[in-house]
Write a protein that binds this ligand. Sequence first.
Ligand code: HPA
Length: 245
Amino acid sequence: MEIAIIGGTGLSELSGFSLEESHNIDTPYGGTSSPILAGHLKQTPVCFLARHGNPHRIPPHRINYRANIWALKSLGIKKIVAVNAVGGIAAHMGPAHINIPNQIVDYTYRRNGSFCDDESAMPMHIDFTYPFDECIRNILIAKAEKLQLDFSSDGVYACSEGPRLETAAEINRFEKDGCDLVGMTAMPEAALAREKEITYASICLVVNKAAGKSDSVITMKEIEQALKAGMRSVHALLSEVASDL
Ligand code: HPA
Protein backbone atom coordinates (compact mmCIF):
# COMPACT_ATOMS: atom_id res chain seq x y z
CA MET A 1 0.00 0.00 0.00
CA GLU A 2 1.64 3.24 -1.14
CA ILE A 3 -1.03 5.91 -0.98
CA ALA A 4 -2.59 7.54 2.07
CA ILE A 5 -5.32 10.10 2.35
CA ILE A 6 -5.37 12.26 5.48
CA GLY A 7 -8.84 13.67 6.06
CA GLY A 8 -9.33 16.95 7.89
CA THR A 9 -12.36 18.77 9.30
CA GLY A 10 -15.47 17.49 7.54
CA LEU A 11 -13.72 14.42 6.18
CA SER A 12 -13.64 11.76 8.90
CA GLU A 13 -14.81 9.06 6.51
CA LEU A 14 -14.04 8.48 2.86
CA SER A 15 -16.97 7.94 0.52
CA GLY A 16 -16.64 4.95 -1.82
CA PHE A 17 -13.97 3.39 0.41
CA SER A 18 -14.13 -0.33 1.07
CA LEU A 19 -12.47 -1.11 4.37
CA GLU A 20 -10.29 -4.22 4.66
CA GLU A 21 -8.12 -3.73 7.71
CA SER A 22 -7.81 -1.32 10.60
CA HIS A 23 -4.31 -0.66 12.01
CA ASN A 24 -3.79 0.56 15.57
CA ILE A 25 -0.13 1.49 15.52
CA ASP A 26 1.88 2.32 18.60
CA THR A 27 4.67 4.72 17.64
CA PRO A 28 7.69 6.11 19.55
CA TYR A 29 5.67 9.35 19.69
CA GLY A 30 2.43 7.84 21.01
CA GLY A 31 -0.83 6.95 19.33
CA THR A 32 -2.18 8.16 16.00
CA SER A 33 -5.25 10.42 15.73
CA SER A 34 -7.37 7.43 14.75
CA PRO A 35 -6.81 3.88 13.53
CA ILE A 36 -5.32 3.82 10.03
CA LEU A 37 -7.86 2.22 7.73
CA ALA A 38 -6.56 0.14 4.84
CA GLY A 39 -8.76 -0.75 1.91
CA HIS A 40 -9.66 0.25 -1.63
CA LEU A 41 -10.95 3.46 -3.16
CA LYS A 42 -12.51 2.29 -6.39
CA GLN A 43 -9.87 -0.30 -7.45
CA THR A 44 -6.91 1.44 -5.83
CA PRO A 45 -5.39 0.32 -2.52
CA VAL A 46 -5.29 3.28 -0.14
CA CYS A 47 -5.00 4.01 3.57
CA PHE A 48 -7.15 6.59 5.29
CA LEU A 49 -6.39 8.52 8.47
CA ALA A 50 -8.81 10.95 10.14
CA ARG A 51 -6.46 13.72 11.35
CA HIS A 52 -8.81 15.01 14.05
CA GLY A 53 -10.02 11.52 15.05
CA ASN A 54 -13.36 9.98 14.19
CA PRO A 55 -15.58 11.45 15.49
CA HIS A 56 -13.76 14.77 15.20
CA ARG A 57 -12.29 15.52 18.67
CA ILE A 58 -8.61 16.58 18.44
CA PRO A 59 -7.99 20.31 17.92
CA PRO A 60 -5.32 21.26 15.36
CA HIS A 61 -2.63 22.24 17.90
CA ARG A 62 -3.05 18.93 19.78
CA ILE A 63 -2.78 16.56 16.82
CA ASN A 64 0.10 14.12 17.16
CA TYR A 65 1.50 14.86 13.70
CA ARG A 66 4.67 12.87 14.35
CA ALA A 67 2.79 9.72 15.36
CA ASN A 68 0.54 10.00 12.31
CA ILE A 69 3.39 10.35 9.81
CA TRP A 70 5.60 7.78 11.55
CA ALA A 71 2.75 5.23 11.48
CA LEU A 72 2.03 5.86 7.79
CA LYS A 73 5.72 5.41 6.99
CA SER A 74 5.78 2.14 8.94
CA LEU A 75 2.99 0.85 6.66
CA GLY A 76 5.11 1.63 3.59
CA ILE A 77 3.21 4.73 2.50
CA LYS A 78 5.06 6.71 -0.20
CA LYS A 79 2.48 9.36 -1.16
CA ILE A 80 0.04 11.42 0.87
CA VAL A 81 -2.91 13.45 -0.31
CA ALA A 82 -4.06 15.63 2.58
CA VAL A 83 -7.38 17.40 2.83
CA ASN A 84 -7.39 20.68 4.78
CA ALA A 85 -10.26 23.06 5.58
CA VAL A 86 -9.11 26.66 5.25
CA GLY A 87 -10.20 30.29 5.40
CA GLY A 88 -9.92 32.32 2.21
CA ILE A 89 -7.69 35.41 2.20
CA ALA A 90 -7.44 36.10 -1.56
CA ALA A 91 -10.60 37.56 -3.10
CA HIS A 92 -11.33 34.52 -5.28
CA MET A 93 -11.16 32.09 -2.32
CA GLY A 94 -14.83 32.05 -1.34
CA PRO A 95 -16.72 29.30 0.53
CA ALA A 96 -16.60 25.85 -1.16
CA HIS A 97 -13.72 26.91 -3.45
CA ILE A 98 -10.92 24.35 -3.75
CA ASN A 99 -7.25 25.28 -3.92
CA ILE A 100 -4.25 23.06 -4.59
CA PRO A 101 -1.58 25.08 -2.74
CA ASN A 102 2.03 25.28 -3.87
CA GLN A 103 3.62 27.13 -0.95
CA ILE A 104 3.44 27.48 2.84
CA VAL A 105 4.30 30.14 5.38
CA ASP A 106 4.47 28.54 8.82
CA TYR A 107 3.22 30.73 11.70
CA THR A 108 2.85 27.89 14.21
CA TYR A 109 5.01 28.10 17.33
CA ARG A 110 4.31 25.30 19.80
CA ARG A 111 4.28 22.07 17.81
CA ASN A 112 6.76 19.23 17.58
CA GLY A 113 7.88 19.86 14.04
CA SER A 114 10.63 17.31 13.44
CA PHE A 115 11.64 13.70 13.95
CA CYS A 116 15.13 15.05 14.56
CA ASP A 117 14.64 15.85 18.20
CA ASP A 118 17.61 14.67 20.22
CA GLU A 119 21.32 15.29 20.27
CA SER A 120 22.26 11.80 19.15
CA ALA A 121 20.82 12.27 15.68
CA MET A 122 22.49 14.21 12.87
CA PRO A 123 20.46 17.35 12.25
CA MET A 124 18.09 16.75 9.39
CA HIS A 125 18.05 19.90 7.27
CA ILE A 126 15.57 18.75 4.68
CA ASP A 127 15.13 20.79 1.53
CA PHE A 128 11.68 22.35 1.79
CA THR A 129 11.89 24.95 -0.99
CA TYR A 130 8.79 23.46 -2.58
CA PRO A 131 6.75 21.93 0.27
CA PHE A 132 4.18 20.22 -1.96
CA ASP A 133 4.94 17.52 -4.52
CA GLU A 134 4.55 18.85 -8.08
CA CYS A 135 3.71 15.47 -9.52
CA ILE A 136 0.75 14.88 -7.17
CA ARG A 137 -0.31 18.51 -7.57
CA ASN A 138 -0.41 18.19 -11.35
CA ILE A 139 -2.62 15.11 -11.12
CA LEU A 140 -4.98 16.89 -8.70
CA ILE A 141 -5.12 19.95 -10.97
CA ALA A 142 -5.80 17.91 -14.13
CA LYS A 143 -8.62 15.99 -12.42
CA ALA A 144 -10.14 19.11 -10.87
CA GLU A 145 -10.20 20.62 -14.36
CA LYS A 146 -11.79 17.49 -15.80
CA LEU A 147 -14.47 17.54 -13.09
CA GLN A 148 -14.99 21.28 -13.73
CA LEU A 149 -14.68 22.09 -10.04
CA ASP A 150 -14.60 25.63 -8.66
CA PHE A 151 -10.86 25.52 -8.00
CA SER A 152 -7.55 27.31 -8.39
CA SER A 153 -4.19 25.70 -8.89
CA ASP A 154 -1.68 27.70 -6.86
CA GLY A 155 -1.90 29.23 -3.45
CA VAL A 156 0.25 30.18 -0.48
CA TYR A 157 -1.02 28.48 2.67
CA ALA A 158 -0.56 30.34 5.95
CA CYS A 159 -0.45 27.85 8.80
CA SER A 160 -1.64 29.51 12.01
CA GLU A 161 -1.40 27.99 15.47
CA GLY A 162 -5.08 28.10 16.45
CA PRO A 163 -7.33 26.82 17.73
CA ARG A 164 -8.85 30.30 17.73
CA LEU A 165 -9.41 31.99 14.40
CA GLU A 166 -7.21 34.95 13.52
CA THR A 167 -7.65 38.67 14.12
CA ALA A 168 -8.23 40.93 11.12
CA ALA A 169 -4.74 42.40 11.65
CA GLU A 170 -3.18 38.94 11.59
CA ILE A 171 -4.93 38.19 8.31
CA ASN A 172 -3.70 41.52 6.89
CA ARG A 173 -0.19 40.54 7.89
CA PHE A 174 -0.52 37.10 6.26
CA GLU A 175 -1.82 38.81 3.10
CA LYS A 176 1.14 41.20 3.05
CA ASP A 177 3.39 38.16 3.42
CA GLY A 178 1.87 36.80 0.21
CA CYS A 179 -0.56 34.25 1.69
CA ASP A 180 -3.81 33.37 -0.11
CA LEU A 181 -5.42 31.02 2.41
CA VAL A 182 -5.14 30.18 6.08
CA GLY A 183 -5.45 26.90 7.90
CA MET A 184 -4.12 25.21 11.02
CA THR A 185 -3.03 21.73 9.96
CA ALA A 186 -0.64 21.63 6.99
CA MET A 187 2.30 22.18 9.34
CA PRO A 188 4.22 20.36 10.60
CA GLU A 189 2.48 17.55 8.70
CA ALA A 190 4.01 18.46 5.31
CA ALA A 191 7.52 18.86 6.73
CA LEU A 192 7.37 15.59 8.69
CA ALA A 193 6.29 13.78 5.52
CA ARG A 194 9.30 15.30 3.74
CA GLU A 195 11.61 14.13 6.55
CA LYS A 196 10.28 10.61 6.01
CA GLU A 197 10.65 10.96 2.21
CA ILE A 198 6.91 10.65 1.65
CA THR A 199 5.64 12.89 -1.16
CA TYR A 200 2.80 15.14 -0.02
CA ALA A 201 0.20 17.44 -1.55
CA SER A 202 -2.96 19.04 -0.24
CA ILE A 203 -6.51 19.69 -1.34
CA CYS A 204 -7.64 22.81 0.50
CA LEU A 205 -11.35 23.44 0.85
CA VAL A 206 -12.29 27.03 1.69
CA VAL A 207 -14.98 27.01 4.38
CA ASN A 208 -15.12 30.72 5.27
CA LYS A 209 -13.70 34.07 4.29
CA ALA A 210 -10.77 34.77 6.61
CA ALA A 211 -11.18 37.25 9.49
CA GLY A 212 -11.88 40.78 8.27
CA LYS A 213 -12.47 39.63 4.69
CA SER A 214 -16.26 39.71 4.95
CA ASP A 215 -18.76 41.99 6.67
CA SER A 216 -19.82 39.40 9.23
CA VAL A 217 -18.22 37.42 12.02
CA ILE A 218 -17.24 33.85 11.22
CA THR A 219 -19.77 31.33 12.51
CA MET A 220 -19.59 27.55 12.84
CA LYS A 221 -22.90 27.41 10.96
CA GLU A 222 -21.36 29.09 7.92
CA ILE A 223 -18.34 26.76 8.12
CA GLU A 224 -20.56 23.68 8.33
CA GLN A 225 -22.59 24.80 5.31
CA ALA A 226 -19.47 25.34 3.20
CA LEU A 227 -18.07 21.98 4.34
CA LYS A 228 -21.25 20.29 3.23
CA ALA A 229 -21.29 22.09 -0.11
CA GLY A 230 -17.60 21.60 -0.88
CA MET A 231 -16.93 18.13 0.47
CA ARG A 232 -18.87 16.51 -2.39
CA SER A 233 -16.27 17.95 -4.77
CA VAL A 234 -13.43 16.76 -2.54
CA HIS A 235 -14.82 13.19 -2.49
CA ALA A 236 -15.23 13.26 -6.28
CA LEU A 237 -11.69 14.53 -6.73
CA LEU A 238 -10.21 11.91 -4.40
CA SER A 239 -11.93 9.01 -6.12
CA GLU A 240 -10.80 10.32 -9.55
CA VAL A 241 -7.16 10.78 -8.58
CA ALA A 242 -6.49 7.64 -6.56
CA SER A 243 -5.84 5.42 -9.60
CA ASP A 244 -3.43 7.96 -11.17
CA LEU A 245 -1.18 8.60 -8.19
N1 HPA B 1 -8.41 30.35 9.82
C1 HPA B 1 -7.63 29.29 10.16
N2 HPA B 1 -7.98 28.04 9.93
C2 HPA B 1 -9.15 27.81 9.34
C3 HPA B 1 -10.02 28.86 8.97
C4 HPA B 1 -9.62 30.20 9.22
O1 HPA B 1 -10.33 31.17 8.92
N3 HPA B 1 -11.11 28.27 8.43
C5 HPA B 1 -10.90 26.93 8.46
N4 HPA B 1 -9.72 26.64 9.00
